[in-house]
Ligand binder design. Structure first.
Ligand code: FAD
Length: 480
């Protein structure tokens, strides 16, 4: 099949019948559900782009099939950069507000399949399974969600959370057909719009026999019997596009995933009961770095968008000459340029890894991933500081066609633009920096890649500090 159209995607989601719960009711069809349909159409639009721009968005596999470029196993630095350009096109569609466009997991899966031997070391079939699953995902152009983290009853339990054994996702039985799993994982973003759920290791299990049932990596279709997704509240996805220009289109939804004795066929199991392999899976396969590539592209586009919005507000409100506004814009320019530099360096210094594919350079991309959760909240803050009450003095679309429209036209117009254009601009600012959607974006940027403290640990672990320490030693020696 290969790269598919948006309508193929929507038909697939419609007929899937996954068990999705929202507001106490089961969702019959996410493509028509009032709170979900808009985002389903946005995902469909991404797939349509693949067919509209086949040279930029797809590539030909060894079997001669044209598939989505996000599935590529890069064979050169140019392949990495090409994938980055493809990711950028998808990121631009939502101005970086959809973190989980399918390239996020497609590039991860491609990296894992390249590292076949990593999985095969625990048994040849596990290596075959990851490769076959990757090929099928690529052939069917699946949209996937993933879930890594177990819920916790107590924070005192430590990383592995063994006191949470009854809620964490775990193996309960091995049968001839496969493994049976039970428990819960948080979160699965994009789940109502996905065909597949990829379950990878919850990071850092204690290396002891009692952790074995939690050491799992597998994939199931989202409609697997016993699998349920529970949605959070929708974020204005039913509103008009004028009133909520971002939230009304790009609420990618976050779900709790409940596994009620779900059977995972053996051919979809990648790791089973191997604690050590689970703990090093992302780092050893370098899937984490490929995943960061999509994140770095998204960060660039999102920074550019936030900067553009702040600049437009400064222009429209005639505030471009105010020193504090200029200082804040400079801060946003710095963020944007740092994100661009991280991405560019990572792509330029891409190198061949031990699994035979090119991977972006880890150091700059890792710096970007650690910085953005600190810089993005400041960008949001600047939008608030430079908008103040204008962000909330925003009548709705309906007001503009009501008897009070003349009041709005008279009192809310700016020097160069009409009241309707001005309100549209500040409504966008509200959506990005004030609304429930904005709050979820903030939380997403702070946590979606993991605990920021542990992300910082990984950066220290992966940095060779010796050359820097040598500089100090050399200086001390010269003084002696
Ligand atoms: C919007 C959003 C979407 C997400 N989507 C996905 C997804 O699709 N797939 C997926 O696998 N995961 C997803 N995640 C989950 C993400 O992986 C986790 O949030 C991340 O790994 C951190 O884990 P945690 O939330 O359990 O926090 P922890 O790792 O437990 O903690 C994170 C940090 O918060 C602090 N902290 C948390 N609670 C407390 C407390 N009570 N007291 C003191 N400090 C505290 C900790 O000290 C730590 O520094 C998503 C998260 C968000 C917010």
């Amino acid at each position: 099949m290969g790269a598919r159209s948006g309508s193929d995607y929507l038909n697939s989601i419609r007929s899937l019948g996954a068990e999705i719960w929202l507001g106490g009711q089961r969702v019959a069809d996410p493509t028509t559900h009032p709170a979900l349909a808009a985002c389903a159409r946005s995902v469909a639009a991404l797939y349509d782009m693949q067919l509209a721009f086949p040279d930029e968005m797809t590539y030909e596999t060894e079997d001669g099939e044209r598939v989505g470029l996000s599935f590529i196993q890069p064979k050169s630095p140019e392949d990495v950069a090409r994938r980055g350009r493809m990711m950028r096109r998808w990121a631009e569609y939502s101005c970086g507000m959809m973190g989980r466009t399918p390239d996020y997991l497609n590039s991860t899966l491609a990296a894992m399949a390249a590292a076949r031997e990593f999985f095969a070391a625990a048994g040849a079939r596990f290596g075959d399974n990851i490769v076959e699953y990757y090929r099928e995902a690529r052939r069917r152009d699946w949209c996937a969600t993933h879930t890594l983290v177990n819920p916790r009853r107590s924070r005192a339990a430590g990383w592995a959370g063994q006191s949470d054994a009854e809620v964490a996702l775990r193996l309960v039985e091995q049968t001839r057909e496969g493994i049976i799993v039970r428990g819960c994982r948080v979160l699965a973003t994009l789940a109502p719009f996905s065909e597949e759920l990829q379950v990878f290791p919850s990071t850092v299990l204690k290396n002891e026999p009692s952790a074995k049932p939690f050491a799992l990596a597998f994939a199931v279709p989202c409609n697997a019997p016993g699998l349920r997704f529970i949605c959070r509240d929708p974020l204005e996805s039913m509103a008009s596009r004028f009133d909520h220009p971002i939230a009304a289109r790009f609420d990618e939804m976050d779900c709790i995933a409940v596994f009620d004795d779900v059977l995972v066929p053996w051919e979809r199991v990648f790791v089973c009961g191997d604690v050590e392999r689970c703990n090093v899976l992302y780092a050893e396969t370098q899937a984490v770095v490929h995943m960061m590539h999509q994140v770095a592209v998204k960060n660039v586009v999102k920074s550019e968008f936030m900067l553009g919005l702040a600049a437009k507000i400064a222009q429209v409100s005639d505030a471009m000459s105010l020193p504090h506004v200029r200082e804040r814009l400079a801060e946003m320019i710095m963020t944007t340029e740092v994100m661009r530099a991280c991405l560019r360096a990572a792509e330029a210094d891409a190198s061949l890894n031990k699994w035979g594919i090119f991977v972006p350079a880890r150091a700059p991309i890792d710096v970007g991933r650690n910085l953005f959760p600190r810089l993005y909240p400041r960008m949001v803050e600047i939008l608030q500081l430079n908008s103040s009450s204008s962000m909330i003095a925003t009548p709705s679309e309906r007001d503009f066609s009501s008897p009070i429209a003349p009041d709005i036209e008279r009192y809310l117009a700016a020097a160069e633009i009409s009241a309707k254009e001005r309100v549209a601009l500040y409504r966008l600012a509200w959506d990005v920096a004030g609304s429930a959607f904005a709050g979820r974006q903030l939380l997403y940027e702070r946590f979606f890649f993991g605990d920021p403290v542990r992300m910082a640990h990984a950066l220290v672990d992966n940095t060779d500090l010796e050359p820097c320490i040598r500089l100090v030693d050399n200086l001390l020696r010269k003084q002696a």
